[in-house]
Design a protein around this ligand. Structure first.
Ligand code: GLU
Length: 506
């Protein structure tokens, strides 16, 4: 019988979530849902020195915003808890001790000062198979001295004893056979002096205890894989090791190197899922959510950063992604991030989602801009009218603000050079016609406008731009009669009148 599929996202809560992190969540999630398995969120917080207040809550909020909710987590609990590694502290030491007994790990008594001195003396210093022969550890000391030090409660760590010159490999679901020479890898600390495990020990022990079947994680963890393979081999047996997939990096737009949060600042796009302010440094990093992305678009865009369906299809709902996702189509090479493409996805989703999905957010954005969204029915009509012009939800106040407030700036230069007495007269008459109009809808308004233009012997094309500038303030916006219809009689006439007063007398 094949193992139940259980995957995990295992972030260290040290700051906001980079879009690469969210993509890791997504691929885990898609695989779990497709296979009818479980998706687990495990918080890897064993490095107490890196504790950042709010970082764990940020992870929950991000997963919730993206709609990628786990089945088991510190918040939800589950049959394999606790799901926060700091709460599992007492379970790790025995595995480290077991490794020492087997001869695969050792006590190292070197003080941080001693190691610092070594690093100063030898800039390339590594605690490895060679260096360990000359340092203060249980491989270089006799049993009695070791026991004395341990009995006296001397500060120590437990390190892995990397074998010399062995090939250690595994079959990666994306990369195929991957192998490493163990001499290249240093003797990582497994258990720290405060009895907390390091990531390496904790990840292996917990993947075992939580019965994880498949691991999806970023390519940056590949160099750690030989350590993990050996720990699996020694502690639990390779037959029980999860199947791994190391996901390709997300690259800078020019393809040169990994996309970092600094690139976002430099190039003017978000790199985190949501805004994040580091409580220790006050540093702010922008998020896709606050920039005005819909979670549907963000998730869709991320899915395609490193995977494709092998068809022309680019727009996918989450359910469609669950159905279509396949590891064979995850690329080995890094995926270049393209912000223009991200905007395209969001634009498509804004156009195609039912308004009810996001009109509340748009209404809030208006309020934030000091605009009163007013009647919800009218608001829906306005959103419908301008949505094709918005790539971001945050574009709505700019694209539709004039429906709620007379334009603050008017592009007079677009009108004045070609202004004439005849045009002035046209608009004066148009006001009278519109004053008496029996039906205030786009079509009759357009008809009245065109009839008057014909009678005035002016091409309607020459009048439409001034009319637009009157209503909107600039050369943008949807159909001008649709705008007038929604603005209403009083406001339309008042805006015509205001511009006529601003234009030079002719
Ligand atoms: N705690 C690691 C991280 O912060 C987890 C890596 C893994 O998935 O093994 O990404």
């Amino acid at each position: 019988m094949s193992k139940r599929v259980r995957v995990r996202f295992a972030p260290s809560p040290t700051g906001g979530l980079h879009l690469g992190g969210v993509r890791t969540v997504l691929y885990n999630y898609l695989f779990a849902r497709q296979q009818g398995g479980d998706f687990i969120l495990r918080i890897e917080d064993t490095d107490q020195s890196r504790f950042v207040p709010g970082a764990e809550e940020y992870i929950y909020d991000t997963l919730r915003w993206c709609g990628l909710e786990p089945d088991e987590s510190p918040l939800l609990g589950g049959g394999f808890g606790p799901y926060r590694q700091s709460e599992r502290k007492s379970s790790y030491r025995r595995y480290a001790e077991e490794l020492v007994k087997m001869g695969h790990a050792y006590y190292a008594f070197d003080t941080p000062e001693e190691l610092e001195a070594k690093r100063k003396e030898f800039p390339n210093f590594q605690y490895n198979h060679d260096a360990r022969k000359h340092l203060r550890n249980s491989l270089t000391m006799d049993e009695l001295s070791i026991q004395e030090l341990l009995d006296a409660g001397t500060r120590h760590v437990i390190r892995i004893r990397m074998p010399e010159n062995q090939e250690v490999g595994f079959d990666d679901m994306i990369r195929g056979e991957v192998s490493f020479n163990t001499s290249q890898v240093d003797d990582k600390v497994l258990l720290k002096a405060d009895n907390m495990p390091t990531y390496h020990l904790a990840v292996v022990v917990d993947d075992h205890l939580m019965q994880i079947s498949h691991v999806f994680r970023g390519e940056e963890w590949l160099p750690s894989a030989p350590v993990h393979v050996l720990l699996w081999q020694w502690l639990f047996g390779l037959d029980h090791m999860p199947t791994w997939a190391h996901l390709p990096l997300i690259l800078k737009p020019d393809g040169h190197g990994k996309l970092s949060k600094r690139d976002g600042d430099r190039l003017g796009f978000p790199v985190f899922a949501m805004d994040w302010t580091d409580p220790n440094t006050g540093e702010k990093t922008k998020g896709f959510k606050e920039r005005g992305f819909l979670p549907e678009a963000f998730v869709n865009m991320l899915a395609l950063l490193g995977w494709n369906a092998g068809t022309e299809q680019e727009i996918f709902t989450l359910q469609e992604l669950i159905d279509a996702f396949s590891l064979e189509r995850v690329h080995k090479g890094g995926a270049k991030f393209n912000y223009e493409k991200a905007l395209w996805f969001n634009h498509e989703w804004i156009r195609n989602l039912p308004l009810s999905r996001y009109e509340g957010q748009v209404s809030d954005l208006f309020v934030q801009q000091g605009l009163n969204p007013g009647d919800p029915h009218r608001l829906s009509r306005i959103i419908e009218l301008v949505k094709d012009r918005c790539h971001l939800l945050t574009d709505f106040p700019q694209q539709a603000g004039f429906f709620f407030k007379a334009p603050a700036t008017i592009d007079l230069a677009a009108v004045s050079p070609k202004w004439s007495a005849a045009k002035n007269q046209f608009f004066v008459e148009l006001m009278s016609i519109y004053e008496l109009a029996t039906s205030w809808e786009a079509e009759p308004l357009e008809l009245g406008f065109k009839e008057l233009a014909a009678a005035s012997q002016i091409k309607p094309g020459e009048l439409l731009l001034p009319f637009r500038i009157m209503l909107v303030g600039g050369k943008f916006g949807p159909g001008v009669f649709d705008i007038a219809a929604l603005l209403g009689r009083v406001e339309t006439i008042s805006r015509i009148k205001s511009l006529l007063q601003l234009l030079p007398a002719v």
